[in-house]
Design a binder for this molecule. Structure first.
Ligand code: ADP
Ligand code: MG
Length: 354
C-alpha cells in the first residue's frame, strides 16, 4: 500500500539524514580531538550536539564554544517558537488559512514577504498558495493519492501568490477565498537564519545546523577551516553527489527523492509545479543552493527544481552574485555554477556552468 511505502521512505529519509550528518561530521572533523575540533593551539572547544524532530523533519545542531550549551538551549527554544508560527497544520499559519486572513507575527510577516518576493522573481515557480494542491496529493495527511484532473484544475484556480493581500505596517494578511498558505518550501531556511542570529547573540562563532538536510553554517570549523557538506545522491543511498567546502552560508537541497509515493509504477513527489498542479517533472533530480540567506536558499532550491535545468541556469546567470547551485539531472548529469568551482569536489564527472 502506498501509505506504507511512504512510511518506509520517510524512515529511509531519516536514516539517510543521519548518515549525511555523520559524514559531514566525519569530514568536517579532520584533526578533531574527542568531541571537538583542534583549534591549532592544542585546546579543544566544547561542542554541544542536539537532535530533535521538529517541523516534520529530523534536525541536528552542532554548536562549538564555551557558551555552546546555553546557545543550544536558546536555539532549541527558537525552533519550537517558530514551529508554532509556521505550521500550516496547527500553527499561526493554520489559523490564518482557516480564517482567510488575520494579523500575523513579525516572523510570519517577514517569511511571507520573502516568499512573495521569490514568487515574483521566479515567475511563479515558487508559490506558497500551493497548499490546497499539496493537500490533495496527500502530502499533508500522508494519505497519498493521485487527485482527479478536474480536482487539480479547480484547486489551481486559487493558486496565485500575487493575490495575497498584505500590509507590512500592520501585519494584516488577507487571503482570497479558497487560498491557503504553505511555508513548507521556505520555513526551514528561514528558521536556520533565525537560529544563526540566536547563536551569534550567544557569542557562538562556529556551528553546523542541519534542519532535515537543510544545512546552515556559522563561521567555519573551530580551527578556522571550511565545513565540508556532503550532498545526498538521489538514487544511491550510500553515495554522495559531491562535497562543498564552505563557511558562513547555507547549503540547501530539494529533490524528488525526499518525499514521494508510488502508484501504478509512477513516482509522485512533493514538489509541485504551480503551472500544472502535478509533481514538477522538468528533468532535475536534485537542486542544491549555496546562499548566505537561508530562506532564499530554501525557496530557490524548490523553485529551481520546478524550473528545470535550462531555466535554472538562466535564472542563476541573472543572480550569480547572490547564490550558487549544484544541479543533478534525471539522466545523471552533474552541473555546478562558477562560484563553486574551487569548493566543490566529486567522485563523478561534473561540468562547471559560467
Ligand atoms: P523539503 O521540505 O523536503 O526540504 P522543499 O524545500 O523543496 O523540500 O519544499 C517542499 C515543500 O514545499 C513541499 O512539501 C510543499 O509543502 C511545498 N511546496 C511544494 N511545491 C511548492 C512550490 N512550487 N512552491 C512553494 N512551495 C512548494
Ligand atoms: Mg525549499
Amino acid at each position: 500500500m502506498n501509505m506504507k511505502n511512504g512510511g518506509k521512505k520517510r524512515r529511509r529519509l531519516v536514516i539517510h539524514l543521519i548518515l549525511l550528518f555523520s559524514l559531514c561530521h566525519v569530514l568536517a572533523g579532520c584533526g578533531r580531538k574527542q568531541d571537538g575540533f583542534s583549534t591549532g593551539d592544542g585546546s579543544t572547544p566544547p561542542v554541544e550536539k542536539r537532535q530533535m524532530i521538529a517541523m516534520d523533519t529530523f534536525m541536528q545542531l552542532q554548536i562549538y564554544g564555551e557558551n555552546a550549551k546555553t546557545a543550544a538551549d536558546a536555539a532549541t527554544q527558537e525552533i519550537a517558537r517558530l514551529e508554532a508560527l509556521f505550521s500550516a497544520q496547527d500553527g499561526e499559519v493554520a489559523r490564518l488559512n482557516e480564517a482567510h486572513g488575520g494579523t500575523v507575527s513579525e516572523d510570519t510577516a517577514a517569511l511571507l514577504q520573502k516568499a512573495v518576493q521569490l514568487y515574483e522573481e521566479t515567475d511563479g515557480a515558487f508559490d506558497i498558495t500551493i497548499y490546497p494542491v499539496v493537500k490533495a496529493w496527500g502530502f499533508i495527511d500522508k494519505e497519498y493519492r493521485v487527485p482527479k484532473i478536474e480536482t487539480i484544475l479547480q484547486l489551481l484556480e486559487a493558486v496565485d501568490a500575487s493575490a495575497i493581500g498584505f500590509d507590512a505596517q500592520t501585519g494584516r494578511v488577507e487571503l482570497p477565498e479558497r487560498a491557503e498558505l504553505d511555508f513548507g518550501g521556505i520555513a526551514k531556511g528561514y528558521t536556520s537564519d533565525r537560529l544563526i542570529e540566536v547563536l551569534k547573540e550567544n557569542k557562538i562563532t562556529s556551528a553546523m545546523l542541519n534542519l532535515g538536510g537543510n544545512v546552515a553554517l556559522l563561521g567555519g570549523k573551530p580551527d578556522g577551516s571550511e565545513f565540508k557538506i556532503a550532498i545526498a545522491h538521489p538514487e544511491e543511498q550510500e553515495k554522495y553527489l559531491g562535497i562543498v567546502s564552505v563557511k558562513d552560508t547555507s547549503v540547501i537541497t530539494s529533490g524528488g527523492y525526499e518525499r514521494f509515493f508510488e502508484r501504478d509504477g509512477e513516482i509522485y513527489h512533493h514538489i509541485i509545479d504551480p503551472a500544472t498542479g502535478y509533481p514538477a517533472r522538468q528533468g532535475l533530480a536534485s537542486v542544491t543552493i549555496v546562499c548566505a540567506d537561508g530562506a532564499r536558499a530554501d525557496g530557490l532550491s524548490t523553485a529551481l527544481f520546478v524550473m528545470g535545468k535550462e531555466k535554472a541556469v538562466s535564472f542563476w546567470r541573472e543572480h550569480r552574485t547572490e547564490f550558487d547551485c549544484v544541479l543533478y539531472t534525471a539522466e545523471g548529469g552533474l552541473f555546478v555554477t562558477g562560484g563553486l568551482k574551487d569548493c566543490f569536489s566529486s567522485a563523478y564527472e561534473f561540468q562547471v556552468i559560467e
